[in-house]
Unconditional design. Sequence first.
Length: 692
Amino acid sequence: MSISDSSAPRTGSSLYPHLLAPLDLGFTRLKNRVLMGSMHTGLEEGRDLSRMAAYFRERAEGDVALMVTGGFAPNMAGWVKPFGGTLSTSGAARRHRVVTDAVHQGGGKIALQILHTGRYGYHPLAVAPSAIKSPISPFKPFALSSRGVERQIRAFVNCAAKAREAGYDGVEIMGSEGYFINQFLSLQTNHRDDEWGGDYSNRVRLPLEIVARTREAVGKDFIIIYRLSMIDLVPGGSSWDEVVTLGKAIAQGGASIINTGIGWHEARVPTIATSVPRAAFAWVTQKMKAEFAAAGISTPLVTSNRINTPEVAEQVLADGCADMVSMARPLLADPEFVKKSAQGRSDQINTCIACNQACLDHVFQNKLSSCLVNPRACHETELVYRPTPNRRRIAVVGAGPAGLTAATVAAERGHEVDLFDGDTRIGGQLNMARVVPGKEEFDEMIRYFQRRVETTGVRLHLSTRVQAADLAGYDEVIIATGVNPRDPKIPGQESAKVLSYIEVLRDRKPVGERVAVIGAGGIGFDVAEFLVHDGHSTTLNLPAWQAEWGVTDPALAPGGLNTAPPLVSPPARQVTLLQRKAGKPGAGLGKTTGWIHRTALKMKKVKMIGGVNYERIGDEGLLVSYGEKRENPTWIACDSIVLCAGQTPQRELADALQASGMKPHLIGGALEAGELDAKRAIDQAARLAARL
């Protein structure tokens, strides 16, 4: 399945019979097949869970059938980080009542995820089957004794009992992504020689004991979801036979639902980034579903990862890949995803573009999560769009993401809004992002904004370049005119071989076979991706993407990781990516996606060079030197040079307005140009429009 399956304009005329069908679990009934998957947001931390309650209530009111919280540790040893979310006492259970009451009042159901991080714990108290440090934590864990293993099992069971006491409808036992339970299953992380190690029948005891004892403690009328690692994507991962053995035993041992986990956190294969094809791993769940059917097991299976539209979700279910779909970030992006689907308004869904910039990147920087396309996510109690008591005439100049957000939020609140742009289409810089291979999801962002303009009543004026005098009659003027490319002032840059990133991405001017890209920020990486792929995107071709990243059937290779060299098509051009800063190019890219971009360009043989000075451009190409002393002058032979040397705010109109005595509001790139940050621009715009 590829992004093209649902990128066409959606009319909302068809409902989704598989997606919206109820699911009977025997003792309870789910109203549709949507599970909101667990996701760390930061709302789990602290004693006051009122913000978490508002966050989940909004999604319950959006008709999500069953939600799973971010992970809560069963004890201190299982913490994600010091003083992270924990549920182990009746006092804590009482504090959670605000969450479960809010969800039930909203008409939904909610399960608490029990997450023991094991060696992934970012703290010195971490424990694991063996004292083997993980590559993603600085702390070496303590190896558990046999008694210690028993204590961890009891902690899981106690946590589940406290979750029931707190009013949760169930729990999800986190058995995937390389966390504690996974660490017992793998020989790479379990070097024990007692009853919890060695043969697989011993290594598999831990999850089976946890599920069986949990079921005994909570009774038959409580949902137990087990998150099963279907494909580990790490060397030495579980074989398919082992995964099937565990899956069947878990299903028969008391689990109500089995959810699909994809890849350990240390895996060097992208699993949820925007460049990953839609529903890229549904086939793994389908493979398990066939195993269950052959064994007469009816336990529902949930598939996960990169399912972000109702059309994709419906197709996955119609194809028999799973019984439910799990979506986490798509419900950050739009809490009314399910309700809009049921009401025939799928064309109004604010689609997750899988950028990770405001959700996972924030979590890994110890910030509260949000969403690039929906800044209200996790901020429901502070960013509220209330009807305005004082209707005003507002002009917004610039129909990029900042201007579109400001205009539509202001209009939604009841203001009279005119939106101006000199281009023939909305989107601004998004129209360049959308042509970069792996960023096709930006099409959805433009589609959503187009519908928002229509449904909120914004008056759109395209191909219109306004002057300061044209804005004199408005009560408020918002300037969202974006950025201009920065001039690096390199001697010889007037050469015909020199192009700006705008000329390459927007104007599609011809580019030679050998290219030097000046600037290794986000735009430089985007241009390099565009040039080496030349329009061929593996995001739209699942088999090609799998071959490129070494993903294979776990029945053919343990962990589903191909040991053969990846099959990467030759680069369309020879590209050299340069930056003035010393150090690793792309260091400022997203915390959770930067490594993907660097790896993808390395696979395409892009040379990345830092610490250079741009001396001049000549017939030979680009002359660079190195270091503060400008040593070792070297010609980089190239046919084309693309300037991606940053941006400056486009403030000509703002300056003219201020000179005339007006006080416009500046947002987005017009206020601050750094790295064309759409996340910051949309958040600024939403907050401004909410208070006008």
